[in-house]
Design a protein around this ligand. Structure first.
Ligand code: MG
Length: 370
């Protein structure tokens, strides 16, 4: 009889990739992608790959925190059945609370492995179909004229929606959108994201000032913990509100939906702790009549491909903001989601279909837990 599949070792890689330019949002500035790749190996010739791309100002994780935590989570998995994802993730989620980005890397690797065992692409493992879809492209906070120039450049490249980081003062933020609108004309939707930068009054005044400027929705106007004022902002503007930093897991989703705080959810694997909880969030959203976006941090195409499978598999996910890798100077990923400007197409290879270039890995510091 064939031996049961089990986890024999876990490789942990420190992966640093430079940005094309620094990326500023209301609460932090990011200068490079500092990822951790997780490779779960088995007693058969099959492995699963995952990526953690920590954003310290949002999830409380840094690359060094994730590298240390990864060793502990790897020990928890040794000799266990990787196909029991609910069981493995329950152990991981109970062992290490918070640290959602690190947990998501393990979750992603387990789903990749499941797809490889089933010989099915991940979207099919999730019970969904294959569809191509578009991501927007994001402009960080900068001088308004520079942001307008960048928006026009994205429009000329063929992007169908532009996301703009705001969250400073009312005057500056309105000037940014006015200049961008003037540069790109009226046909492209603009999505805005204040990343918690406003307080209640600034949010209401700024959003009311932007109502005539073709804003599709506004992400996270105020502090992540302030659900009550997010609900009040939603009542005082015609611009749709999307919860991002207020929404990590399914418990948050239930509260936000029950309180009527927002029109949309922004699901990110780095916040939910991976695909298994992302699916629970989407189910709560669907129950409450809320449609979702799947967003990203600054992952390589590996993490983005896993997220793209979730988008493809769930029709309730209406928007995608999977542009992280477009900011990177280097693409170390082989296979995976294909980007045609902003149009994303998934491969039919088993699992998520993304692998990492062995030449890139040779230059990464690594640890193996076995
Ligand atoms: Mg956001």
């Amino acid at each position: 009889m064939k031996e049961k599949l089990k986890i024999t070792s876990v490789d942990i890689y420190k992966a640093d990739i430079e940005f094309k330019e620094p990326f500023r949002i209301a609460i932090m500035e990011i200068l490079s992608a500092q990822s951790v790749f997780i490779k779960i190996n088995t007693n058969e010739d099959l492995y699963g790959l995952g990526e953690a791309n920590p954003t310290w100002g949002i999830t409380g994780e840094t690359q060094s925190i994730n590298l240390a935590g990864a060793v502990d989570l790897a020990r928890l998995l040794l000799n266990k059945d990787p196909l029991n994802i609910e069981g493995r993730m329950r152990e991981i989620d109970r062992f290490l609370i918070h640290n959602s980005t690190l947990r998501s890397a393990f979750d992603m690797a387990l789903y990749d492995l499941l797809g490889k065992v089933a010989e099915l692409p991940l979207y099919a493992v999730l019970g969904g179909g294959k569809r191509s879809f578009w991501t927007d492209n994001t402009i960080g906070i900068a001088d308004p004229d520079y942001m307008a120039k960048k928006a026009l450049d994205y429009k000329n490249q063929g992007f169908q929606a532009i996301k703009v980081k705001l969250g400073t003062t009312t005057d500056q933020d309105i000037e940014r959108i006015k200049k961008i609108r003037k540069a790109i004309g009226d046909d492209l939707p603009i999505r805005i994201d204040a990343n918690q930068g406003w307080d209640y009054k600034t949010a209401v005044v700024t959003l009311q000032g932007l109502e005539s400027m073709g804003i599709e929705y506004c992400e996270q106007p105020i502090a992540c913990w302030d659900y009550e004022n997010m609900r009040r902002i939603r009542q005082n503007t015609s611009i749709a509100i999307m919860a991002d930093e207020s929404l990590f897991d399914h418990h948050d989703a239930f509260k936000l939906a029950s309180m009527g705080c927002c029109d949309y959810f922004n699901i990110k694997l780095a916040k939910s702790g991976g695909i298994h909880t992302a699916l629970k969030i989407n189910a709560i959203a669907e129950s409450a009549g809320i449609r979702c976006m799947v967003g990203c941090m600054t992952e390589t195409r590996l993490g983005l491909t896993a997220a793209a499978h979730v988008v493809s598999a769930r029709p309730n996910i209406q928007y995608a903001d999977l542009d992280g890798y477009l900011m990177l100077k280097e693409d170390p990923v082989i296979g995976g989601a294909h980007y045609n400007v902003g149009e994303i197409n998934l491969p039919d290879t088993p699992g998520h279909g993304a692998d990492i270039d062995p030449d890139f890995l040779k230059h990464c510091e690594s640890t193996t837990v076995k």
